[in-house]
Design a protein around this ligand. Structure first.
Ligand code: CU
Length: 191
């Protein structure tokens, strides 16, 4: 009987820990209420015949951390068509641009949310206008040059290291719970 009580306690313990892990995961998701992009010019899928400035409007004032807010414009040839750095004014980022040959372009942005978290995205658009720039291999904006590549993958909402760690941790907890149950069952039989 004592073994059965132990077994029940172990099971109850495993369930409680598993529930706590689930709650932690749920909490991590709920806490990700960052500022979001409200509108942009150009907007996703827009076709423009001329463009001298990209404008991104967010749901709250962004943090103006040095180099934290980055916007670039990549052309059909993979070259940079921003002609400077993004400028922050409250909830709005603006970027001077000079586009090249007609084709598919994308605005790639990364911003520091008012809660300190980075948010990012990609806005594809099409240019039908005449080329006014040959573009550049790297961004003319020093703070954008180093991080241009990391803006795109984040936009798809990939699993963060923290989420992955919690999932792995949850798996280990479940495994330990199962082991405890198996050990206790074996002992019960021996009794
Ligand atoms: Cu956040």
């Amino acid at each position: 009987m004592a073994s059965r009580t132990l077994l029940r306690r172990a099971l109850a313990g495993a369930v409680v820990v598993a529930a706590a892990m689930t709650a932690a995961l749920g909490g991590a998701t709920a806490a990700s209420a960052h500022d979001s992009l409200v509108s942009s010019s150009p907007a996703e899928g827009d076709s423009v015949s001329s463009l001298s400035e990209v404008r991104l409007d967010f749901s709250a004032n962004l943090l103006g951390a040095d180099g934290g807010n980055i916007v670039i414009v990549v052309g059909p040839d993979g070259r940079h068509y921003e002609s400077g750095c993004a400028e922050l004014a409250g909830p709005t980022l603006t970027l001077p641009v000079a586009l090249g040959a007609p084709g598919d372009y994308s605005v790639e942005w990364r911003a520091v949310s008012s809660d300190g978290h980075p948010v990012s995205g990609v806005i594809p658009f099409t240019s039908t206008g005449e080329s006014v720039s040959a573009g550049a291999e790297t961004s003319p904006c020093a703070s954008a040059a180093g991080v241009a590549e990391e803006t795109a993958p984040e936009a798809t909402g990939g699993m963060s290291g923290v989420t992955l760690g919690l999932l792995l941790g949850g798996g280990v907890v479940v495994l330990v719970g199962v082991l405890i149950v198996v050990i206790l069952r074996t002992r019960t039989r021996e009794d």
